[in-house]
Design a protein around this ligand. Structure first.
Ligand SMILES: *Cc1c(COP(=O)(O)O)cnc(C)c1O
Length: 456
């Protein structure tokens, strides 16, 4: 037992050293650190070895090669860092190793599920009766919501999809915006609605679905699902939810919103203009591992139509004890699952309503700092209205952008990546870390400008 505790102390010491030095680290590991990863390429050992050696190897080879995404100057994808309280709660939750599938397996997971559900719905201003399910990310949250939509709508047409599948079912028509996230289509494919078998509505120059171009579908021809988006992944733009919700209501359609990062704008009163009508959605998907800054993997599905998640995900087996309370395995694609609610609870408990709002507005302010600084440079163009945390940048011509992104990634002090916007290469900066201060934002913009000048 003493050795076990010593081993954990060793691991914790390594973790704490990493956490304590993250601010000073570059966003990108050095090429030497990445090359050193070959040390992991050993044959499978035949015999057991000292666990401390394994932990030390992991820390000394793996740690230096870790991306600095937990730090203040990583602007890639929409990744998010980790709040200390989330990491601390993760330490404890990992030690507890609770299975959150059923309340009987973990009373603490069950209680924190219910508290975090109530708090999230309060924070978002959604129905207090809505179902909340913790899943691995927004891809699975989208798939879970859309599967619930599919089954609820087909049930209204007298078809039981969970038992009968989709062969011979009334056709479910799915409407998406042209700038829907690539993984939303993947989710549609996974649940049998088809990633390409959708009606695509044009988007405007910010990537917002153009509501006036929604098709004139007849509800008499079968069920309709419409997918809107809170936070386009390049521009951060929000769809016009009220118009889309009106269209959906007139057709008894199910309105789903992919808000992988954008949904957190609901917590920031200064962004109320973006989220008008958003709360009318039947279902909403988001990530906690992005903007709420908890560890991976953590997604959230919210369904405001009662019983819909359970219709889709209930699994019936004779040995299961009768239950009271929320049974996660009957509301998610998973059965056994880690208790993701523990970190969500810890962050909400610590930041409070105001703190989450500030987490959002701080990142948006930093994005504005970067955008303003680059706008002042003749060679740069900011392509989007910076309404949230995303900045989309054009630099001279497509070849120059590719060279600049490459130079930034090789330099390593900050990290951001390329994207394609309206058919052309652009550079995307996402501020999703709680650590990014206005000063970090200024320094990041200075790095970009300095590297751009060196390209001449
Ligand atoms: C990141 C993202 C997703 C996918 O989320 P994962 O957590 O990676 O599964 C879906 N939609 C949008 C808008 C995103 O930004």
């Amino acid at each position: 037992m003493h050795d076990d505790v010593e081993l954990l102390r060793t691991a914790a010491d390594h973790a704490l050293r990493f956490a304590a030095t993250i601010d000073a680290r570059d966003a990108t590991p050095t090429p030497e650190a990445v090359d050193a990863l070959v040390r992991f390429d050993e044959p499978l050992p035949d015999e057991p070895t000292d666990a401390t050696v394994t932990i030390d190897l992991l820390a000394t080879v793996g740690g230096p090669a870790a991306m600095g995404s937990a730090g203040p100057r990583y602007f890639g994808f929409v990744n998010g860092a980790t709040l200390p309280v989330a990491l601390g709660a993760a330490f404890l939750a990992d030690a507890w190793d609770q299975n959150a599938a059923l309340p009987v397996m973990s009373p603490v997971a069950a209680r924190l599920y219910e508290v975090s559900r109530r708090w999230l719905l309060d924070l978002f201003g959604l129905s207090p009766a809505a179902d909340v399910a913790y899943v691995s990310g927004a891809t699975v949250a989208n798939a879970s919501c859309l599967a619930a939509a599919r089954d609820a709508l087909l049930a209204e047409h007298g078809w039981d999809a969970p038992t009968q599948g989709l062969y011979g079912a009334p056709e479910v028509r799915v409407v998406v915006g042209a700038q829907a996230h690539s993984t939303l289509r993947k989710s549609l494919g996974v649940i049998g609605l088809g990633s390409e078998r959708v009606i695509t509505v044009p988007a405007d120059d910010q990537g917002r679905l153009v509501a006036a171009d929604l098709p004139d579908l007849d509800p008499a021809d079968g069920p309709i699902v419409v997918c809107a988006q809170a936070g386009e992944v390049n521009t951060g733009a929000f769809d016009p939810f009220d118009d889309i919700a009106d269209w959906a209501e007139a057709r008894s359609a199910w309105l789903h919103v992919d808000g992988a990062f954008g949904l957190w704008a609901l917590a920031d009163p200064s962004r109320a203009h973006l989220v008008e009508g958003l709360r009318r959605a039947d279902s909403l998907a988001t990530d906690a591992h992005k903007w709420l800054n908890v560890t991976y993997d953590s997604g959230i599905a919210v369904v405001q139509r009662e019983g819909a998640l359970r219709r889709t995900f209930a699994s019936v087996a004779g040995y299961l004890p009768p239950e009271h309370g929320f049974e996660a395995m009957h509301h998610t694609p998973q059965s056994s699952q880690r208790a993701r609610q523990i970190e969500v609870w810890a962050v909400l408990r610590t930041l409070g309503r105001r703190g989450v709002g500030e987490l959002v507005s701080r990142a948006c302010d930093a994005a504005t700092v970067i955008a303003d600084r680059l706008r002042a440079e003749p060679d740069f163009r900011v392509l989007n209205e910076v309404v949230l945390n995303q900045v989309l940048i054009r630099f001279r011509d497509p070849a120059s952008i590719a060279r600049l992104v490459d130079a930034i990634q090789r330099d390593g002090r900050i990290w951001c990546g390329p994207t394609t916007w309206q058919g052309e290469t652009a550079m995307r900066i996402s501020v999703s870390s709680w650590k990014t201060t206005p000063d970090d934002a200024t320094r990041a913009a200075d790095v970009i400008v300095a590297l751009a000048r060196e390209l001449d």
